[in-house]
Design a protein around this ligand. Sequence first.
Ligand SMILES: Nc1ncnc2c1ncn2[C@@H]1O[C@H](COP(=O)(O)OP(=O)(O)O)[C@@H](O)[C@H]1O
Ligand SMILES: [Mg+2]
Length: 282
Amino acid sequence: MERNDDNWLLRVRNLTKIYGEPSENTLSLTGPMFNSNICPETDSIVACAGIDFDLYPGEVLGIVGESGSGKSTVVKLLYFDMEQTEGTAWLKPYNDGLQNILSESNQKKRYIRNHLMGMVYQNPRDGLNFRFSSGGNIAEKLIMAGNMHVGNIRERASDLLNKTEVPVQRMDDRPSSFSGGMQQRVQISKAIANNPPLLFLDEVTTGLDVSVQARVLDLIRELQQDLGIAMIVVSHDLSVIRMLTDRTMVMKNGRIVESGLTDQILQDPQHEYSQLLVSSLL
Ligand SMILES: Nc1ncnc2c1ncn2[C@@H]1O[C@H](COP(=O)(O)OP(=O)(O)O)[C@@H](O)[C@H]1O
Ligand SMILES: [Mg+2]
């Protein structure tokens, strides 16, 4: 799709999350220049601050950075898992992008999440209900998105499991009996069940064996190409970012230190910290 200033899918401005009570100096005393996200005056923690970006339909945006740099906070804020300290976000398919989704009521946030977003967490237990079968997990998401017909739900769940290469005969088994890779594939099925225009993926292959990791990454790439779904891919691992993303933001100590086309960042990283990340990949 042609990209211009108007056809963004998600627009985010000044997204900020601070734990504890900040002082007026907290933001100017934390960040990459101080190599810390902890305010020396108040001990408040700047999980992320001043995050600005636009995501375009069908685009895959990476967020990369070391552990604790604020990557998960950014996607959790946008998925309404926690509340921001400051910031605004607009989603085009919701109210034509005119309403700050972060300031909507909980009921409207649930609607947005159920109809327009999907999330895949690092830990399958965060995204799946382990008391339900794999099919039941997908059904739950379909029902929340307004699908009520049991026959349709079962058919759609088996299609989704097929698509994500989970043996359909295991539809009635609980995820606890699945391998880690298969749990992630069920989580992906559930996350895309409502056909969302936007999918968040947070360290989804971290902790999987390398061969399993490669297959899950292949699957994500195939789904992205088939469905044209826009994604925000969070990873501490640049090889994941290289494989999946078009554009990347590099985070450190709660701030974006560099952003641009993934290929360009990999070839010619500008920020010292990005250079370090890239050299560790070689
Ligand atoms: N509930 C919390 N209370 C205080 N600090 C937190 C909390 N959750 C996360 N943090 C801090 O926020 C920062 C960013 O965390 P996170 O977004 O999880 O980083 P990443 O995903 O990049 O590893 C870290 O310093 C982390 O310790
Ligand atoms: Mg994280």
